[in-house]
Design a protein. Structure first.
Length: 169
């Protein structure tokens, strides 16, 4: 299946020895609906992961992925209905995640930026976001998200290859 290739790869950048991946996706819905889809725990559970805790500024929440990974997150900033930033504690690293929503004609654009990724885990995290954003597209289109693991598996090698040169020196 080419499930992972329905969307372009996220953009990869480097800051020192840490990678950043950024996705910009346009959806056929309005900004208010997109904001709700990326911040409301009931909707997040349908395409991303179940969330427990508080997603308000200063709040802490936990993501419950189906492989038993349960990163703890701390909300750094929230400017509804435009942007949301949090710290994602992952394997001893403190990563940064930011999402922004903006109206775009008849639709809306979502930008997701995951930063401070260490090279060994960056490809998997980037492929994970890619697969989740395919699930978000299905959710917003009123379809059941496809097989996340199949999408992740089909796209991971492309992210590993894109990250392979490593940081420029």
């Amino acid at each position: 299946s080419n499930a992972g290739w329905d969307e372009p790869l996220g953009r990869i950048g480097w800051a020192g020895d840490r990678a950043t991946v950024e996705f910009r996706r346009r959806y056929a819905t309005d900004a208010a609906d997109l904001w709700q889809a990326v911040t409301d725990p009931d909707r997040l559970a349908r395409w991303f992961a179940p969330v427990t805790g508080h997603t308000t500024p200063g709040g802490e929440f936990t993501l419950h992925f189906d492989d038993a990974d349960a990163p703890r997150c701390v909300v750094l900033a929230c400017d509804p209905p435009r942007s949301f930033r949090w710290r994602w504690d992952h394997g001893g690293s403190r990563l940064g995640v930011g999402v922004a929503v903006q109206a775009d004609g008849e639709g809306a654009v979502l930008t997701v930026r995951h930063s401070l990724l260490d090279p060994p885990s960056a490809g998997g995290l980037a492929a994970g976001w890619h697969a989740h954003l395919l699930g978000l597209r299905a959710h917003l289109d009123g379809r059941e998200p496809g097989d996340w693991w199949a999408s992740f598996g089909s796209i991971r090698a492309a992210y590993e290859a894109a990250l392979a040169p490593g940081p420029s020196t």
